[in-house]
Write a protein that binds this ligand. Structure first.
Ligand code: DAT
Ligand code: MG
Length: 145
């Protein structure tokens, strides 16, 4: 098979999805939407790691709650590849608040509330690179541009 080298994004299946047994359902939606899984790992991060990952949100009132939640159980970290991967994953996930997420999106299907909203997806190509490198070593990130 000839591999099409598309854009890459970083995604996380959040602890509520893992606990609710929705990891497979979410991965299935991702694959059906045309994303290739380039790298994947199941890890439980510490609160300190969550604080580092979400450092840009440290002044926001929900920062502590967010970091407690993200370190409460395992997450699936993923690097995904497809044309227009960053924007397309955000579309597939839907609005941050599952109540406002369009029907058929991951957050509408599997999100509990604005905090426990099923998945994370990078918001830019630059952040996708930063976030991918945060979770994966060079050895695990193949053929990066
Ligand atoms: P997104 O994950 O859609 O990029 P974001 O970057 O604004 O949203 O926020 C990061 C995460 O923080 C989000 O996925 C869930 C949590 N969060 C955002 N707004 C929140 C709020 N008002 N109350 C509680 N948690 C919130
Ligand atoms: Mg964000």
């Amino acid at each position: 098979m000839i591999k099409t080298v598309g854009e890459r994004t970083f995604c996380m299946v959040k602890p509520n999805s893992y606990q609710d047994g929705n990891t497979g359902g979410i991965l299935s939606m991702i694959e059906k939407a045309g994303f290739q899984i380039v790298a994947m790992k199941l890890v439980k991060i510490t609160k300190y790691t969550a604080q580092k990952f979400y450092e840009i949100h440290k002044e926001r009132p929900f920062y502590d709650e967010l970091c407690d939640f993200m370190s409460s159980d395992k997450v699936v970290a993923l690097i995904l590849e497809k044309d227009n991967a960053v924007a397309d994953l955000r579309d597939l996930m839907g609005d941050t608040n599952p109540e406002n997420a369009e029907e058929g999106t991951i957050r509408s299907k599997f999100g509990k509330d604005i905090g426990e909203n099923a998945t994370h997806g990078s918001d830019s190509i630059d952040n996708a690179k930063i976030e991918s490198r945060f979770f994966f070593s060079e050895l695990e990130i193949y053929d990066e541009d």
